[in-house]
Design a binder for this molecule. Structure first.
Ligand code: SF4
Ligand code: SF4
Length: 115
């Protein structure tokens, strides 16, 4: 059976939080609960004393069901709400095989989530 997943490229995430709101609306989650949450890493200076570590890192919670209703409708091809509304286009839905191939070039700057 084909395994689907989300790839989030946090190198270019702007920390806009649109994904959080889109998920909350899509899943009708109660106050204080999130399917995706954007965490902040840094800022701190790297040992080369020139560059900084400062990234926004979106993380899926246990409440994420990979938008089951959207992705398993009659057509089976709808995009998850968070990916559809990401302003920087850094959330990608696809098969684990496709996403793993893309992840190979990203090092620590991306994450794959398999709900
Ligand atoms: S895939 Fe759907 S349920 Fe999961 S975080 Fe994105 S919007 Fe929320
Ligand atoms: S919508 Fe996209 S750019 Fe904005 S915080 Fe979420 S992942 Fe980052």
């Amino acid at each position: 059976m084909t395994q689907y997943a989300l790839l989030i490229d946090n190198e270019y995430c702007t920390g806009c939080h649109s994904c959080e709101v889109a998920c909350k609306n899509e899943r009708d989650l109660p106050l204080g609960q999130w399917g995706i949450k954007v965490l902040e890493l840094g800022p701190w200076k790297l040992p080369d004393n020139k560059h900084w570590e400062h990234r926004y890192v979106p993380v899926l919670s246990q409440l994420c069901n990979l938008c089951y209703e959207r992705t398993h409708d009659d057509h089976g091809s709808a995009t998850p709400a968070c990916a559809l509304h990401c302003l920087a286009n850094v959330i990608e839905y696809g098969t684990l095989d496709e996403l793993a191939a893309k992840m190979a070039n990203k090092g620590k700057m991306a994450s794959i989530f398999i709900p």
